[in-house]
Design a protein around this ligand. Structure first.
Ligand SMILES: [Zn+2]
Length: 303
């Protein structure tokens, strides 16, 4: 699932690619009975309303909030997109052929042909004759429209905690936030979006390995030094991943269809049964389940 670095990469690139363009048309083949009556474009009736409201509007700005991509429109409304498991936006020239949207040969961009970019379920036609497409293999994404004046109360946005890269977030705040879940395991606490937003499965494992802290440590058992290490490595690792275009070990691709590179420098995530990368350590990476999420760690050097 895209985490802070991937969503940041997407939002930053889209802000350059689609800012100030006008939405000319919108197509989708999402249509799920399970979402009937819900505020989600997967409900056909909701989609028709959504389409009508956004056609003709200008995209003023694209930015990130937590793990959401927000498209601010000229009608005081915002498209909220949570990419969930397998969703990602793509930008280029597309054409509709035999019932589906495919990249036009005029794109001299081969990356759009990557198999992970083939699951197109939403296409927004733009005023420069290009398209904003959304590929979502497993169809878990959540996309809907919110009115700006009620955005702060929106169910997806109201509980988002301080951003992990917010420059105003101090070590003291960070520690106090985690301690509100003092009986939780540290990996779980780092992933609670209402405390600190942006961290998911990959980065929590990487941050804790770098900090020499086991993912199943109880928050209240951490000492000052450990909180400090986790805080500093969190900032460092998230920034490092942004500089590498995010993580594409799974299906994430940026809006030009390209892979990020952070997976090439994983120290622990999905390295089960391999030797620990720490020079002086002979530990073997283990995988355990914490709060129904897999956690990877070195039982030798993480305490
Ligand atoms: Zn180790």
């Amino acid at each position: 699932m895209p985490e802070l670095p991937e969503v940041e990469t997407t939002a930053k690139m889209l802000n350059k690619l689609v800012k100030n363009l006008i939405i000319r048309d919108v197509w989708s083949d999402y249509n799920s009975k399970a979402f009937e009556g819900k505020r989600n474009i997967k409900d056909k009736n909701y989609f028709l309303k959504f389409r009508e409201e956004i056609i003709g509007e200008k995209i003023l700005k694209v930015h990130r909030l937590g793990k959401n991509v927000l498209f601010q429109l000229s009608n005081n409304k915002t498209i909220l997109a949570h990419m969930k498991m397998t969703g990602h936006f793509l930008f280029g020239k597309y054409k509709f052929q035999s019932g589906k949207w495919i990249p036009d040969e005029k794109n001299k961009n081969r990356a759009l042909l990557d198999p992970m970019n083939r699951f197109i379920h939403l296409v927004i036609s733009l005023s420069n004759s290009k398209h904003l497409a959304f590929s979502d293999m497993r169809k878990f994404a959540k996309i809907y429209l919110i009115e700006n004046k009620v955005a702060k109360k929106d169910e997806e946005l109201k509980n988002i905690g301080t951003d992990a890269l917010n420059t105003k977030l101090t070590l003291k705040d960070f520690k106090a936030r985690l301690l509100t879940k003092k009986n939780a395991k540290i990996k779980t606490a780092l992933m609670y979006q209402e405390l600190i937003s942006g961290i998911g499965n990959i980065y929590s494992d990487e941050i804790l390995w770098a900090s020499f802290v086991r993912p199943d440590r109880i928050v209240s058992s951490l000492n000052e030094q450990e909180f400090k290490k986790i805080f500093n490595h969190m900032k460092r690792i998230l920034k490092k991943s942004i500089s590498m275009g995010g993580d594409s070990m799974s299906d994430y691709r940026n809006p030009l269809g390209q892979r990020g590179l952070f997976q090439n420098i994983h120290k622990v995530y999905r390295r089960t049964r391999l030797q620990c990368f720490r020079k002086s350590c002979k530990g073997i990476i283990q995988k355990i389940v914490i709060n129904s999420r897999s956690a990877h760690f070195c039982p030798n050097c993480q305490r």
